[in-house]
Design a protein around this ligand. Structure first.
Ligand code: IMP
Length: 200
């Protein structure tokens, strides 16, 4: 089964394909690039579910009636910043969606915040849209804290700053294999995988 991924983020395609393979599911993740790119979508609903749905339906509108589309909306919620950047994670430092600038802004915002107040969590909503208006939502969360300085070269986005609970290394130090066992995306995937297994 093909799942068209409503995202221009190549890392998400890799992580989701890894999760499908690890679950032994015969799923081929197809990047929106293959079908002419992800349509422009204003991520302005204020919720992960709303934004994920908007992205899924935007891509689905470009595809044949029998196509299934998967959208991922995710972000980092920092307790000391009242949940920011949250749904705005991709555009924290501005509308251009520059992940290095987003990371730099977060490091600056957290400068001087003591260790005990550096808790944060990633959220992931996976939204699947298919034939006949079918819509299903799966969510996952990963608790952790923010280090003072970025560490590691793997992953993307805020990975160099995020240290998941139970670990001393950042996601970017732990690498994709470990990240894929405990990330917010992996946890949302558990529900989606179960649903995919039950499909006729
Ligand atoms: P989205 O593409 O609109 O869902 O934006 C997600 C944003 O949240 C990304 O651009 C990253 O900044 C951040 N993000 C989401 N998931 C991750 C992750 O697994 N690692 C690091 N950053 C992430």
């Amino acid at each position: 089964m093909k799942l068209f991924l409503a995202s221009g983020n190549a890392h998400k395609v890799v992580e989701l394909q890894w999760l499908a393979d690890a679950a032994n599911l015969p799923i081929e993740m197809v990047s929106a690039r293959v079908v002419g790119g992800m349509p422009e979508v204003a991520e302005d609903t204020g919720t992960f579910v709303g934004n994920a749905r908007k992205k899924a339906l935007a891509l689905r509108g470009k595809l044949p009636a029998d196509a299934w589309v998967l959208a991922d909306d995710s972000g980092l919620c920092v307790d000391a910043l009242d949940g920011s950047p949250g749904v705005e994670s991709a555009y924290y430092a501005g509308p251009q969606g520059d992940s290095a600038a987003n990371l730099a802004k977060l490091i600056a915002a957290m400068r001087g915040v003591p260790t005990e107040h550096r808790s944060a969590h990633f959220v992931c909503v996976l939204f699947i849209a298919g034939p006949g208006g079918a819509e299903h939502i799966f969510a996952g969360k990963c608790l952790g804290r923010l280090s003072e300085a970025p560490r590691g070269g793997a992953g993307f986005g805020y990975d160099p700053l995020f240290v998941p609970e139970g670990h001393a290394e950042s996601f970017a130090e732990l690498g994709d294999t470990v990240k894929s066992t405990l990330s917010h995306r992996a946890r949302a995937w558990v529900g989606l995988a179960e649903w995919l297994r039950g499909m006729p």
